[in-house]
Design a protein around this ligand. Structure first.
Ligand code: NAI
Length: 330
């Protein structure tokens, strides 16, 4: 059975997903939709499909079996709900929604359906380094994890990429990976702000997360770090440490320096993970058994993000008020 995909959003991620689906995974993209028709048409041309500026028409198209949502964050909710109403599987880019209340509405709608149709684009779970880190943790010989240090830096960001958006859009990756690695929920979040490169936006930010069994993680997120894109993490365990993400690859020795490249952006750093994510999602769509990052994971992350944002205002630790995980997601 060949699966026909509807793709919503033709920005940076939409282009990457569309090209990966069409050129690397040999998948049929039935149509590309974006409110910016020029963008949709450029991508559709390249991958040989139709373009429209009406995303709902793609979702309701009887020839579309499953949908990838890669449009702006605030648009995920209406499109995800429209897909659920028709029982169509969705790969929805992170965040599931920028506010926990909106993510909760999607979660409630999916529970009403009684089956998992949504996968959230937490693609770091498919990254080889993070997988090795999880395997090292689960091997058990290093003991229990005590601390986690995370670094997440982008070279640049738009002037509108504000302090709260930095949490929902970017720190959400670390929130998800901490939950996934440790298999625990986060119970408290604290935002620490010091010197910033801007006057009205906290950049960089330091976020402290505490899990239900007492592990503390610090997350440095720096959106305007200039030099390149970097994601690093280190787990400190009872009998050793596990770290990942150091720049690797070509080493050039010249003029008394050792030079190693740093990836310029997230696409270059995580291309294999985006591809593996899409591949596993297609397998899940075909089998009808969804086991990737779920709507619950999207919701839980959004609840933690809300707490981080509340802490940006209060300046102190904020408890995370997460309900019990529903049976559908056990
Ligand atoms: P972008 O700004 O490059 O593209 C967003 C696209 O959405 C634009 O073409 C815009 O015209 C379109 N759009 C806006 N409103 C729309 C609507 N109502 N209906 C249809 N299209 C609409 O942004 P980018 O970087 O491509 O991000 C897209 C999504 O992917 C976001 O949710 C973002 O958070 C997520 N993302 C995920 C990453 C990951 O590592 N998993 C990395 C970067 C982005």
């Amino acid at each position: 059975m060949s699966i026909r995909i509807g793709l919503i959003g033709a920005g940076a991620m939409g282009v990457h997903h569309g090209e990966t689906l069409a050129f690397e995974l040999g998948c049929e993209v039935a149509a590309v939709a974006d409110i910016d028709l020029t963008r949709a048409a450029a991508l559709a041309d390249r991958i040989g499909t139709e373009a429209t500026d009406d995303p709902i028409s793609v979702i309701t198209d009887a020839d579309v079996d499953a949908v990838v949502i890669a449009s702006a964050d605030s648009t995920h909710e209406p499109y995800a709900l429209a897909c659920l109403e028709l029982g169509k599987p969705v790969l929805c880019e992170k965040p599931l929604a920028p506010q926990a209340s909106a993510a909760g509405r999607i979660l409630a709608a999916e529970q009403e359906m009684g089956r998992r149709l949504i996968q959230v684009g937490f693609m770091r779970r498919y990254d080889a380094d993070y997988r090795r880190m999880k395997a090292a943790l689960e091997a058990g010989n290093l003991g229990s994890p005590l601390l986690m240090h995370c670094v997440h830096r982008n070279p640049s960001a738009g002037a509108d990429f504000h302090s709260a958006w930095m949490i929902t859009s970017s720190v959400s990756h670390e929130i998800d990976i901490l939950r996934w690695l440790t298999g625990t929920e986060i119970v408290e979040a604290t935002a620490v702000h010091g010197r910033s490169v801007l006057e009205d936006i906290h950049d960089p930010q330091l976020i402290l997360l505490r899990t239900s069994d007492g592990l503390v993680a610090d997350v440095e997120f720096f959106a305007r770090a200039h030099y390149g894109y970097e994601v690093r993490a280190e787990l400190v365990l009872e009998r050793g440490t596990v770290s990942m993400g150091m720049p690797s690859g070509l080493q050039v020795r010249t003029d008394n320096q050792l030079v190693t490249p740093v990836t310029p952006g997230f696409v270059e750093r995580f291309a294999p993970a985006y591809r593996a994510q899409l591949r596993d999602w297609l397998v899940a769509v075909r089998s009808g058994r969804q086991d990737g990052p779920s709507a619950w994971d999207g919701y839980a992350t959004a609840v933690v993000a809300d707490a981080c944002i509340a802490s940006q205002s209060s300046g102190g630790p904020v408890p995370v008020d997460l309900p019990t995980r529903p049976a559908l997601y056990h």
